[in-house]
Design a protein around this ligand. Structure first.
Ligand SMILES: Cc1ncc(COP(=O)(O)O)c(C=O)c1O
Length: 441
């Protein structure tokens, strides 16, 4: 199965030749650019980008990124005037587009306008901020919560602010970029442990903890590339034994894991107070945009008064806070949405596995990868499915190692069984039909 969409030997050689020509061109441009102190072409990563584009062009593949959706991107979507079955959006519970969520956002605009217009610290907040934070704190049973304008910025500013050069951050090797950026900003010593390996995390802390003032053990509740889940009880025990803070990024866990969608603690049957720092985003299940930190009052008060990404940034836009709050209320009132999402993801995973597709370690809760084994193969499979009316994104090197390049299916509570069967059948068929590819002239 792996490499089924790979290139024939002659096509591979032709592609390499074309890429070499492009690389020589790009290097020439980069050299020229290096002589220009105000140029941009020599920036890190520019050459890789040019090569990826060249590979796509040489293979006759349309760029699968930045496609404009013409309506709500839910279980179905409309792109370029055509309807697609959609597996590329994080609309896990189908709440983006829900009329109640839209009405809450519109009412907040009518009352407060679109923008919070300044930092909450200096210019004051809106009642909806406190209401959202109280609802999120209630989800985790924590004393307090603080909402930020972006999920990514939440991790960068909070990790970057809480830790410093005398500290230690031990993190899962598959942790999200936003956590890595925060860790880099902090200047703390960083140690990555193999994915989900709590024993390796323990060894890292045993070796490094003594030399550090504070330590942070950093994991996700539900990993977005693989759709798998950590053993939270084990990680909590490791953090406790080594006097480290435990921080869990719940971006893909809230509304997805646990019988009622409360997240990884509910899934694993762990008391949420075992985790010191709960982080999440408003952009996925909660169908808005923003991030949050939930935890003890001392932590939240400290961040509220000193985290640069909160103090020196505008407050969360009122319609986004209202949309997230309404989404959370619907999540509480309609837990059957969570059950539908989980049943859909399990069905997708099991059907795909039965067809011989490599779904990796997916727990079947909301995210199912189909590992293809090469970036070219993943891009071609994505294009073949798009032609059949199915929108699913390829994840290519360097986002994942080349050998685990994949398609990543985000399931929604709104997908029907027939749609899931259609998508799995189409994926298996497209892979089976693909012989070694030839390059278009
Ligand atoms: C694990 C994880 N953390 C943080 C973020 C950033 O959240 P946002 O996209 O809401 O800024 C993402 C986004 O995909 C994520 O997957």
């Amino acid at each position: 199965m792996k490499g089924g969409f790979g290139l024939s030997r002659s096509a591979r050689l032709a592609l390499l030749r074309r890429l070499a020509q492009r690389r020589d061109g790009a290097e020439g441009a980069a050299e020229e650019d290096a002589a220009d102190p105000r140029g941009f072409a020599g920036l890190p990563g520019q050459r890789d980008l040019a090569l990826i584009r060249a590979a796509g062009e040489a293979l006759g593949l349309e760029n699968p990124f930045f496609r404009p959706h013409e309506g709500v991107a839910g279980a179905r979507t409309r792109i370029g005037g055509r309807d697609y079955l959609n597996f590329a959006s994080y609309n896990y519970l189908g709440l983006n587009g829900d009329p109640r969520v839209a009405a809450a956002a519109k009412a907040a605009i009518d009352r407060h306008g679109v923008s919070a217009s300044a930092s909450r610290l200096v210019s004051g907040e809106r009642p909806v901020h406190a209401a959202l934070e109280a609802a999120l704190a209630a989800n985790y049973g924590t004393e307090a919560c603080l909402a930020f304008v972006s999920g990514h910025a939440t991790n960068v500013t909070v990790i970057g602010h809480l830790l410093g050069p005398r500290d230690l951050i031990v993190h899962d090797a598959a942790i999200h970029n936003s956590c890595l950026e925060g860790a880099r900003l902090s200047g703390a010593r960083r140690v990555a442990f193999p994915h989900n390996d709590w024993a390796a995390a323990e060894r890292a802390l045993a070796a490094e903890r003594r030399g550090a003032r504070r330590a942070l053990l950093l994991i996700e509740g539900h990993y977005s590339m693989d759709g798998d889940v950590p053993d939270l009880a084990r990680f909590a025990a490791v953090a406790r034994r080594h006097e480290a803070w435990l921080m869990v990024d719940e971006a893909h866990a809230l509304g997805v894991l646990g019988a009622t969608g409360r997240g990884v603690f509910e899934q694993c049957g762990v008391d949420p107070s075992e985790v010191d720092i709960w982080m999440g985003t408003l952009s996925k299940t909660l169908s808005a945009c923003g991030g949050y930190i939930a935890g003890r009052r001392a932590l939240v008060d400290y961040l509220r008064h000193s985290a640069p990404g909160f103090v020196y940034s505008v407050g969360l836009a009122p319609p986004l806070a209202a949309a997230a709050l309404e989404s959370l209320a619907i999540l509480r009132a309609e837990p059957e949405r969570v059950r539908r999402l989980q049943a859909n993801a399990t069905l997708f995973r099991d059907l795909a596995r039965a067809r011989g597709l490599d779904v990796g370690r997916s727990a079947g809760m909301g995210i199912v990868p189909v590992i293809v084994g090469s970036s070219v193969g993943a891009a071609r499979l994505s294009a073949a499915l798009f032609a059949r009316g199915i929108n699913v994104q390829p994840i290519l090197f360097p986002a994942v190692p080349e050998a685990s390049a994949r398609l990543r299916f985000f399931l929604s509570a709104e997908h029907t069984e027939a749609e899931i069967r259609e998508a799995v059948q189409a994926t298996a068929a497209a892979l089976a039909e693909s012989g070694p590819a030839e390059l278009p002239e």
